[in-house]
Ligand binder design. Structure first.
Ligand SMILES: [Zn+2]
Ligand SMILES: [Zn+2]
Length: 78
């Protein structure tokens, strides 16, 4: 278990919101160019508690905020 007061920051792809390396140029999950947009920083606890939905194309669970599905890589049209 992590110590008290320890905050783990996650770096996320701006499109599929999967965890990525800070210096990555292409998201290994969705393949998008992560240099075109700012990477998203989020506290791990927030990330784990974020609202999820099922992708409208493949039905897999994904973050509701993500514009791109990390499983089938389709953009979620509004
Ligand atoms: Zn991505
Ligand atoms: Zn999908």
């Amino acid at each position: 278990m992590s110590g008290e007061g320890e905050v783990q920051i996650m770096i996320l792809c701006p499109y599929c919101l999967s965890p990525v390396d800070e210096n990555v140029k292409l998201c290994p999950t969705c393949g998008e160019d992560t240099t075109r947009d700012a990477l998203v920083e989020m506290i791990q606890e927030q990330y784990l508690n974020k609202e999820r939905k099922n992708c409208r194309f493949c039905g897999k669970s994904m973050l509701k905020l993500a514009p791109l599905c990390p499983s089938c890589r389709k953009w979620q049209a509004r």
